[in-house]
Every structure is written in C-alpha cells, then in structure tokens.
Design a binder for this molecule. Structure first.
Ligand code: SAM
Length: 321
C-alpha cells in the first residue's frame, strides 16, 4: 500500500508569486472584457472570442493558476458596475436565494433583454449560450412529451405530476396549443412565489391544474399518474437524493406510465460561463451515471433510456413502469 504524502506547504515567496499570477490573468481578461464593454457588448460574430477567453478562465481556475475567490470578487464587481440589470447580473444576484429560480428560468424562456441597447447585447450573449438554449429546448421537449402521452391515451384523462414546476411556462404553452386537452395536472413547488407565478400564467386552465405548495421530499402524491415530469430539480441534488426521489416518484406512476426527469449532461460548453459569471453550479451527469442511478433506485433497465434535446446539454431520463 502506498503512503499518502502530504503536499509541502508553499513558501511565502511562492504564495506571493501565485497571487501575482492570479491577478495578472484576471487583468488580462479584464482588458478584453473592457473592450467589449466600451463597444456596448459583444456581437454574435465575436461570441467565440469571448467564450474562448471564458473557458481559459475556467481552465486557469482548474489548474490553480487563478484563485476562485479572486475571480468571483472581480466578476461580481464588474457585473455590478457595468452590467446591472442584465441576465448575468440576475443570475449572479440570486434574488430568491438560489440560482435557477422560477423568475430567471422564465426570463430565459421568454428571452428577456435589457431596454438599454448597450446592455441588451450582453443579454443576447447570455441567451445564445448552450445552457439557456437547452433550457428553452426542454420546454419544447415537455410539450412534445405531453402530446405523445395524450395521443397514446385517446379520450381518457391523462394524469400528470409536474415536480418542481417553477414558472409553468411549459404547461402554459402546452395548453395554448391544446386548450381542450383532457389532462389533470398536479404541480408541486416548494417556493410560494413560484406557485403564485405559475397559477397566474396558467389561470385559464385552473379547472385542470392543481398547485401544491410543498417540498417534494415531504409531499405524498394523492393519486397515481400516467406521467411524472421533473426538470431543473435533479441537477441540484446529490446522488443519494437523486435515487431516493426516483424511488418515490416511481411509486407514484401507474403501471405503463413513466417518470421523466431532466438533468444537465456532462457536455455543457457554457458550464464555465454559468459557474463563473452566474455562480450557477449544477450536477452535470453522464448518460452512464443516470442509468446507474436509475438502476440503484430499482428501475428496470429494459424500461429505461436516456434521451436529449437538440443541444445535447439537457438529458432526459425516461423510466417506464
Ligand atoms: C430550475 S426551476 C425549474 C422549473 C421548471 N421545472 C422548468 O423546468 O421550467 C427549479 C424549481 O424547483 C423548485 N424546487 C427546488 N427544490 C424543490 C423541492 N425539494 N420541492 C419542490 N420544489 C423544489 C424551485 O422552487 C424552482 O421553482
């Protein structure tokens, strides 16, 4: 057995050199960023330059050349000073105490942009990132999934559980397309403001939607469902909680029904942008990990598959019962 060797502590000179290198790399990035700021934000043809520089920042953090705290302080400062009110500022601010709240998700769905033309270019840059594109794609994925289940059901009422429903923009758009759909949807969210927001967006269809202000970990589903859907929740939880939740949700599905949960994939080209500029940290999972977790939760792997939206950034774990 090999002995674990503790790393040698750095000398004062080494600590100072490291700190100087970190400051230097951040300054280099700052020069580039200020070029863009002075021009009123990046244009689409310049996105690749800025994205490459952001990935270099990420690499520098990973190899220890930039201290994460230095970078975080710098990004916060620059965002507050030059980019107030942008999507980036909104992500960083975490107004409701966590990244990915119902409001920012809805601003991604609706492509909210600043009214100031100089700041607007920064929002367009944000919305063009792979992750926001994938989030918008998952809204379309949900609608398609609902439609597939509805058609398979014929005239029978389709029972749906929407876990961590957030703004319910996806549900609203489903109903706008299918106003007469024979569905009964239970929406669960632990944020009362999300429930309020979703109820307003879906006001015309409250005869078929019931909202439950509850933590899914404490919620006991009152009836069995044909489809259990959850996006934007599982990529925040540990593997242990992931399997626990899958087990709980599988019990809520009728035989022949399915649980479908979204999770950011291990391919996310905008991960550094999200983490560095938005403090938005998710648990990215590979296809293999998702299948392994499903198996641990008791899913039959012959009835389980992983699909994805067009960007390949959002995976969807489908488990049939
Ligand atoms: C990223 S949003 C996703 C919203 C929506 N599913 C979508 O894809 O548009 C995450 C939502 O999960 C909710 N949430 C987080 N943890 C939860 C829990 N344990 N139980 C219920 N809701 C939860 C948050 O309040 C938030 O509204």
């Amino acid at each position: 057995m090999s002995a674990v060797v503790a790393p040698m502590p750095l000398s004062d000179a080494q600590v100072q050199a490291k700190s100087q290198r970190s400051t230097h790399l951040i300054r280099q990035f700052d020069d580039l960023l200020h070029d863009f700021i002075s021009k009123g934000g990046p244009l689409p043809r310049e996105y690749s330059v800025l994205n490459r520089a952001i990935r270099h920042l990420g690499d520098a953090v990973r190899v220890g050349a930039i201290r994460p705290d230095d970078l975080d302080t710098y990004i916060e400062e620059v965002t507050r000073t030059y980019l107030p009110g942008t999507m980036q500022a909104e992500a960083m601010e975490s107004k409701y105490g966590y990244s990915g709240d119902f409001e920012i998700i809805d601003h991604i769905y609706t492509r909210r942009t600043h009214t100031d033309p100089n700041l607007r270019h920064w929002d367009l840059f944000f919305h063009a990132q792979a992750a926001p594109v994938a989030v918008r794609n998952r809204k379309a994925y949900f609608q398609q999934l609902m439609e597939e289940h509805r058609q398979a059901h014929g005239s029978r009422v389709l029972d749906v559980l929407n876990v961590a429903c957030g703004p319910c923009r996806d549900l609203r758009e489903f109903f706008l397309e299918q106003p007469e759909a024979a569905v009964a949807v239970d929406c669960v969210d632990m944020d009362a403001r999300a429930i309020e927001y979703g109820s307003r967006l879906c006001a015309p269809w409250l005869d078929r939607i019931h909202f439950h202000h509850q933590n899914i970990l404490k919620h006991s589903p009152a009836r069995p469902y044909d489809l259990v859907w959850s996006a934007g929740l599982f990529d925040y939880v540990s593997d242990r909680l992931f399997t626990h939740l899958i087990r709980v949700l599988l019990q809520a599905v009728k035989p022949g029904g399915e649980v479908v949960v979204g999770n950011f994939s291990d391919y996310n080209p905008s991960r550094d942008y999200m983490e560095i500029f938005g403090r938005w940290k998710l648990r990215h999972r590979s296809r293999e990990t998702l299948l392994a977790l499903a198996a641990q939760a008791g899913a039959d792997l012959h009835q389980t598959e992983v699909r994805w939206e067009a960007e390949g950034v959002n995976f969807f774990l489908h488990i049939r019962r």
